[in-house]
Design a protein around this ligand. Structure first.
Ligand code: ADP
Length: 644
């Protein structure tokens, strides 16, 4: 074991994306040299350009790059790093990695390996918290893993119950069973996900609380026995049991409850000899009772809201604590000003079960940062959101004197944001913030589901006025010219100009599956109001905002039409890139609307492709274990009346 450094001159950041960029900013402010690492897929990523030095790891999948302890340690040794900041995800909660760095005489910017291990298993953590007097959700977190043990436990605590992977994180390996009949399939599916994601199928079961709030406490401990709580964050706005909006402080929490939760969190941290930044997550019920869920032994994605209300730089504190410095404040001195809200802008499809999206960000505009406004991102227009990593595009954070001011500021920031070429949750975030229930702080973890009608409305039929706006957007945003040699000649315009005739243009437009020939009088192309707002044009695509949603309209090159294989009505295609986990049907089988056909896994989450109508399975076009790309036909399904 080599001695650990007392100062940090060079910091290796063992991560990517926005969190790598965010850590680089603090390193620079502290006069520390920052070193990035990167996979093949990230060779041109922003964090690579922003760091003082960048070291390639090779590989693109996390398992071949950012999760390779040997490669990351070798990079740290190569650049002479005194310390490694793991960010969140990847190796941030890997005790073996923390130990390995210590052996090499490199500081790990995180807690002691023993503390990571103590909280690494949700089951073991619960047993520990029970002994430390921290309240738990009723449930079973023992060693026995057979179905009858789970069935007995579920019966005892009462349905609905939630099955969770002990090694879980990111909502993976988590399934609700509403009744006894659902228990065995839910346990199977959750366990399969857990094995795929964590290589560990150990499960626990808890009472599934109806519409609780997720309230978590930011704790900070130094190596001198001093531990503080930096208030709480409310992270109740979730989809797929994962956060999309977080705020601090939690609305409506009174001072005594805040103190009781803060003190319970500090007890949890002290019970495991914690040092550094950590988060203790609780569920809070309608009666003000709170229950320990888990402790994350790292920096959280949503730490900026805590920074906004305290004025502290948590990454700077992490580095100071790792160098052995004492925390500079007492509990009573921890500031709390105003209110902050963060939204996570994701490449995903809210209308399609929130499946992650990947592809090129053909259009990207983010809001300006400034007083009360913060933008944490790591992408530029033209970048590819890769299927290998988390599909978060950016975090937008607004601070205000009060919650309402923060809410309005964040809405203004979202109005300045544009994403095109890839599906995103931008419109959903805007609707959440604009919903009266959100403005009135009536929030809990069931918020998105309960307000689904308002938040995820069915797409409206495209009206004449919409097509007209789209055509005008093309005519306004760039001239349409046929003859490049003489672009100014009226004879080479393809805008429909005719001598002695009213000038008009006919454009062949396509939006999703719909297309339209649209004729616009040129005299009127630049005049009058538009129903749809033009966000931008890139090549032959215009990006419009209409009735709160983004639309992409392409100018069809009629000469080049008729290419590309599309899934027909009789076939069901993969909704995303992924691997086939299980085929649930066989050829010739009758299926009803909504029946599960194929289980697909992407980003370590299972997704079931279901029958879009009743019919008969004609053919299976994929095999278990196969990797398929988005749009690939998986099953041929013949409608019932056509089937023989
Ligand atoms: P992960 O570590 O995979 O993110 P968590 O245990 O942190 O999973 O839970 C994620 C979310 O799932 C919580 O924020 C909450 O919304 C929901 N959840 C977890 N446990 C329960 C429960 N017992 N009852 C109701 N909701 C729960």
């Amino acid at each position: 074991m080599k001695p650990l450094p007392q100062t940090v001159a060079t910091l290796l950041i063992a991560n990517r994306g926005e969190i790598a960029c965010r850590i680089i900013r603090t390193a620079r402010a502290m006069g520390i040299r920052s070193v990035a690492i990167y996979s093949d897929a990230d060779a041109d990523a922003r964090h690579v350009h922003e760091a003082d030095l960048a070291i390639p790891l090779g590989g693109s999948k996390p398992a071949d790059s950012y999760l390779q302890i040997d490669k990351v340690v070798a990079a740290a040794l190569t650049c002479g790093a005194d310390a490694v900041h793991p960010g969140y995800g990847f190796l941030s909660e890997n005790a073996a990695f923390a130990r390995r760095l210590a052996l090499e005489g490199i500081l790990f910017i995180g807690p002691p390996a023993e503390a990571i291990e103590a909280m690494g298993s949700k089951s073991a953590a619960k047993a520990l918290m029970e002994r430390a007097g921290v309240p738990l959700v009723p449930g079973y977190h023992g060693q026995a893993q057979d179905l009858s043990t789970f069935a007995d436990a579920a019966q005892r605590i009462g349905y609905p119950v939630l099955l969770k992977a002990a090694a879980g994180g990111g909502g993976k390996g988590m399934k609700v069973a509403e009744c006894a009949a659902e228990l065995a399939p839910a346990l199977d599916s959750a366990r399969r996900e857990a094995v795929a994601a964590f290589g560990d199928g150990h499960m626990l079961v808890e009472k599934y609380l109806v519409a609780p709030r997720h309230v978590e406490i930011q704790v900070f401990a130094d190596a001198h026995g001093h531990c503080l709580y930096l208030h709480e964050r409310d992270c109740s706005i979730q989809r797929r049991h994962q956060k999309v909006l977080e705020e601090a402080p939690a609305p409506g929490l009174d001072a005594s409850l805040r103190q009781a939760m803060g003190e319970a969190a500090v007890r949890a941290a002290q019970a495991i000899g914690y040092v550094g930044a950590g988060t203790v997550e609780f569920l809070l019920d309608g009666e003000g009772r709170f229950y320990f869920m888990e402790m994350n032994t790292r920096l959280q994605v949503e730490h900026p809201v805590t920074e906004a209300i305290t004025g502290l730089d948590l990454v700077a504190w992490q580095i100071r604590v790792a160098r052995g410095e004492a925390l500079p404040l007492t509990q009573a001195q921890v500031p709390l000003f105003g209110h902050a809200i963060e939204v996570r802008l994701y490449a995903e499809d809210p209308a399609g079960g929130f499946l992650p999206a990947s592809g090129q960000l053909a259009l990207y505009r983010e809001p300006a940062a400034g007083p009360g406004r913060r933008v944490d991102s790591a992408v530029r227009e033209g970048d590819v959101i890769s299927p290998f990593y988390d599909p978060m595009i950016a975090k937008l954070i607004a601070w205000g004197e009060n919650r309402e001011e923060a809410r309005l500021r964040l809405l203004a920031m979202l109005a300045e944001t544009a994403v095109g070429g890839i599906k995103s949750n931008l419109a959903l975030l805007q609707r959440i913030l604009a919903t009266p229930a959100f403005a009135a702080s009536r929030i809990d973890t069931g918020f998105i589901e309960r307000h689904a009608d308002a938040l995820l409305p069915a797409p409206p039929a495209l009206t004449e006025a919409f097509w007209h706006s789209a055509a005008r957007a093309f005519l306004r945003s760039a001239p349409l010219v046929a003859c490049e040699q003489d672009p100014h000649s009226p004879w080479s315009a393809v805008t429909g100009w005719r001598q002695l005739m009213p000038a008009q243009a006919t454009l062949d437009l396509r939006c999703g599956a719909q297309s339209r020939l649209c004729t616009v009088a040129l005299s009127n192309a630049c005049a009058g109001p538009d129903e749809a707002r033009l966000i931008g044009r890139r090549g032959d695509v215009v990006y419009l905002q209409w009735q709160g949603d983004p639309y992409e309209v392409a100018l069809v090159d009629s000469l080049a039409a008729g290419t590309g294989a599309h899934a027909s009505d009789d076939s069901l295609a993969a909704p995303m890139n992924g691997s086939i986990v299980r085929l649930l049907v066989s050829p010739g089988q009758q299926v009803a609307l909504g029946d599960g056909l194929v289980v697909l896994e992407a980003m370590k989450m299972e997704h079931t492709v279901r029958a879009n109508r009743a019919g008969v399975v004609q053919a299976l076009c994929c095999e278990e274990g196969e990797m398929v790309s988005e749009g690939r036909v998986l099953i041929e399904l013949q409608e019932a009346e056509h089937a023989a």
